[in-house]
Design a protein around this ligand. Structure first.
Ligand SMILES: Cc1cc2nc3c(=O)[nH]c(=O)nc-3n(C[C@H](O)[C@H](O)[C@H](O)COP(=O)(O)OP(=O)(O)OC[C@H]3O[C@@H](n4cnc5c(N)ncnc54)[C@H](O)[C@@H]3O)c2cc1C
Length: 395
């Protein structure tokens, strides 16, 4: 069955990955990128490859985690565009709705996702990232609505979003986690303003969201008031390690790019660069094996706390070393900002931009330091860090 699925997906990708998409997405503006993402999304939905993790009653749904992994591996192998615009909708929003949403919410929102509704995630705030539970955006109940005031930041693709998965504080009593409530916010509501954040790469892939007396109907609250922290865990667990399988596989397929540049620049025999390349190759394969092993553990129910952190940490470090070598072998060209390719792997070969982007992976989804804390404290049972570590270090 799995080999048959692999053959089917491979042949579909051979016939359907948009020809020349890399060239078209190099140096294009965000609107062109969004239009291309929409086309690719609808193709995948129609073929049933966008929603393998949805239940069987949905088109394309009902695939096991092992089958989903095959689809991701093949997408990486085919170097197909990544579905950046729809990732939050397909995974974070859909899985949260299926696990914690009411029947009415599922009926109102899930079909819209398949029709192309874009969702964003409004969790982080200027002073609440790693320590998400300290978030301060307020939600106050007034009759049939909640009135929201506050600010969110780093919200990926928020400027294109129809809806937002929003965490806000409904109470300051008790533990910080206890007073958080989860909402499905309409981004067109009065009082929502979105300001894209210009990045050092020239991209603006995320945005700040300002909330000024925004009204959210009570029926768009997920779970009970004050239960938002538990709902947010469902959101954060939704992609189940598939992204790292895809990204490590993409990195493995990109190894040839380093060899090509070395040959093109006549430095294939340089002993120092050859040794660096020789060190990188097993590291990339180890990252693939770690991601694969992690998913196998999830499939067999043997995952323990800290497993995901190890894979993410190792991938982030390997990615940085990969692009650093790319820069090193490219000489001055590797220091020059060229037009970059949207929606591809992390190793586009535009090394200066790749270098800057590689740091995303040491921050997004929990920074390297937070992953190390999880491994040390929760996996290895080492003593907890003092809570006031910043003060003790004089930071
Ligand atoms: C590419 C990308 C996409 C993102 N998309 C979204 C999105 O769609 N929606 C959303 O809500 N957020 C998003 N984020 C935000 C992301 O979740 C936060 O950036 C992340 O949680 C870190 O929070 P922070 O930026 O506030 O940094 P801080 O938490 O302020 O951390 C600053 C530094 O202090 C360190 N630090 C903090 N606490 C500790 C500790 N206890 N021990 C040791 N070191 C510590 C951190 O490791 C870091 O180096 C995205 C981020 C990136 C990079």
């Amino acid at each position: 069955m799995s080999e048959q699925l692999r053959t089917e997906v491979r042949s579909w990708l051979e016939n359907n990955v948009p020809a020349g998409w890399r060239e078209a997405m190099t140096g294009c503006d965000q609107d062109a990128f969004v239009a291309a993402q929409r086309d690719w999304f609808f193709k995948l939905v129609e073929a049933g490859y966008a929603t393998p993790h949805w239940p069987e009653r949905w088109p394309g749904g009902g695939r096991s985690l092992a089958e989903q992994k095959i689809i991701y591996e093949e997408v990486a192998r085919a170097d197909a565009p990544r579905l950046i615009l729809y990732f939050v909708a397909l995974y974070h929003a859909a899985c949260t709705l299926m696990e914690c949403g009411s029947a009415d919410q599922q009926q109102r929102f899930l079909p819209g996702i398949l029709k192309g509704d874009v969702w964003c995630q409004g969790f982080s705030e200027p002073n609440a990232g790693s320590d998400l539970a300290s978030l301060r955006t307020r939600a106050e109940r007034r009759g049939d609505v909640y009135v929201i005031n506050g600010q969110k930041t780093w919200s990926t693709m928020a400027q294109y979003a129809d809806r937002c998965l929003l965490l806000a504080r409904t109470s300051s009593d008790g533990r910080p986690q206890a007073g958080i409530t989860y909402f499905l916010m309409d981004m067109r509501s009065k009082g929502v303003s979105v300001r894209p954040i210009s990045q050092i790469t020239g991209d603006d892939e995320f945005a700040e969201i300002f909330l000024d007396d925004v009204e959210i109907p009570v029926e768009d609250r997920v779970g009970e008031e004050g239960q938002g922290w538990a709902v947010a865990q469902a959101t954060l667990a939704s992609e189940r390690g598939l992204t790292l399988v895809e990204l490590t596989q993409r990195m493995r397929h990109s190894l040839g790019r380093i060899g090509e540049v070395m040959r093109a620049r006549g430095c294939a025999d340089d002993p120092v660069l050859r040794a660096a390349f020789g060190r990188l190759i097993p590291q990339v394969h180890a990252a693939c094996a770690l991601a694969d092993g992690y998913l196998q553990k999830r499939i067999s129910g043997e995952e323990v706390v800290g497993d995901a952190s190890i894979v993410k940490l190792y991938y982030a470090r390997t990615l940085r070393e990969f692009v650093r070598l790319g820069q090193q072998i490219s000489g001055l060209d590797g220091q020059t900002m060229e037009e970059f390719t949207r929606g591809g792997s992390q190793e586009t070969g535009n090394w200066a931009v790749d270098f800057m982007n590689s740091y995303n992976w040491s921050i997004a989804g929990g920074s390297d330091e937070i992953q190390r804390n999880i491994i040390a404290e929760r996996m290895l049972q080492m003593p907890r860090e003092p809570r006031d570590w910043r003060w003790q270090k004089g930071a």
